[in-house]
Design a protein around this ligand. Structure first.
Ligand code: GRF
Length: 196
């Protein structure tokens, strides 16, 4: 078996950055390298973390662009300069348009805090509890035009505890996310995922 160079991963963030941290910490064991972090939010805690870790950070602040198209052209320019094999959305809070998604088809991933196709969109934990769902979890999927609707690559689940609060459920799902996302990128790095 020949040696593969590590998979080059760019991570796109907007907020807290706990998935970014998990992806970064588990990169060596999974055979990928984070070559840059792109954020639309210059003050995101995820950006602070990336800078502290010495990761390359590219800020593309959506508020500085007149249109979504112009914002996404600038995002793509930064990404193309980083030259990633795979782009991982990790709490990136802007919906991406057709041209952007099409440009990175098959190598643009997202993690979503539900067992898709159940509960696309926001506020998933509260909605899962309100629906009486017995099982809940997280999904890594390819990004397409359909928000939270692209092909599913992997899922991880848990049993909802009786009387559990949305916050408690969110915390347990987040722990699962932190294991799942690096594992999926490891699969890409090992060539196990056919879309690469
Ligand atoms: C996670 O729950 C992820 O599934 C969703 O947004 C949240 C991001 O959290 N897409 P963090 O910024 O990675 O802590």
């Amino acid at each position: 078996m020949g040696l593969r160079p590590p998979l080059r991963v760019a991570v796109m963030v907007s907020g807290r950055g706990s998935n970014l941290r998990a992806l970064h910490e588990k990169a060596p064991e999974q055979g990928y390298v984070i070559i840059g972090v792109v954020s639309n939010n210059p003050t995101a805690p995820a950006v602070d973390y990336a800078r502290d870790q010495g990761l390359a950070v590219r800020i593309v602040d959506h508020r500085q662009f007149a249109t979504r198209d112009a914002f996404e052209v600038a995002l793509a320019a930064e990404l193309d300069d980083l030259a990633p094999d795979v782009i991982a959305l990790a709490g990136f809070l802007r919906v991406l348009g057709t041209d952007f998604v099409g440009r990175y088809r098959g190598r643009l991933l997202n993690i979503h805090p539900s067992l898709l196709p159940a509960f696309p969109g926001l506020d998933t934990h509260r909605r899962a509890l309100a629906s009486g769902a017995r099982f809940h979890g997280a999904t890594v999927h390819l990004v397409t035009d359909a928000v939270d609707g692209g092909p599913i690559i992997a899922q991880t689940g848990l049993t909802v505890n009786p009387g559990e609060s949305p916050a408690a459920l969110a915390a347990r799902v987040l722990t699962l996310e932190h294991a799942l996302y690096p594992y999926v990128l490891g699969g890409f790095a090992r060539g196990e995922t056919s879309d690469r």
